[in-house]
Write a protein that binds this ligand. Sequence first.
Ligand code: PAF
Length: 303
Amino acid sequence: MRRPSGVLFLETHMETIHTVVRMKQAAREARAKQRTLGLVPTMGALHEGHLSLICRAQERCSAVAVSIFVNPKQFGPGEDFKKYPRTLDEDRAALEKLQVDYLFAPTPEEIYPSGFRTEVIVQGLSDRLEGRSRPGHFQGVATVVLKLLDIVQPQSAFFGRKDAQQARIIQQMTRDLNLDAEIVVCPIVREPDGLALSSRNVFLAGDDRRAAAALYRSLDSLRREIESGERGAPRLLAALRGVIEAEPRVALDYAEIVDAETFDPVEELRKTCYALLAARVAGVRLIDNALIEQVGDSFRVTL
Ligand code: PAF
């Protein structure tokens, strides 16, 4: 709509919601108007990776809710909960520009009122890899995602493949608890040098930021090994580790090749797997992965 100044204004209809009661009501109203609801759960500090989830949600759903909630339950003692980037005003502006329908930004007390006691544990999948390095992390993730799915009751919820173990745990939880939401896992978005986008990347600068691209380079060397016919996990892992270990600023936490369903380590590529990496650069924890899919007799590697 054109205003007298000649400046073009977009009418924004995004509603910012801070309470569970209003979010439930807004979601009910949308469903009553036959709108299909998509949910994009986030912890804010939005980047292009989040925006790609929102675009995917807008393609598939007629109304989209984005939640921004830095979930205290998924941070362990000594982790970066206090210093996790919080940029609500910028995030709200970005969401308005994308014409998102609802921003759900509750307080911790709204999500976990005093006396809150319930925790969701997805057995087996939650205590390995990220779960071993961050005890209790996936319990916190599963608990808050179940709450968000229950509050919004979306038709589809959108998650990034960068957090592959998280996405798998959420899929398992929705299956086990007969939740209606379809869990859509979307591609990783990367910087030009391959670093996977993450809200924590803002803590990296200079040589540390450059060194962080070693995670991508190591997955790329694994891709080349697979394309030249290597199938054994020990040799593939040696290729992965070799690149990381050559970069002194990067401290590897784990590198594993796991079955994409069970997250059990595999000895050789047979069906769909993930190569998963976690490392620290200047105290910042980074994760990344490659999806390795069997296509006929060969394997396709997606970074
Ligand atoms: O991936 C994240 O940002 C968080 O783990 C999530 C899914 C929003 C739950 O807090």
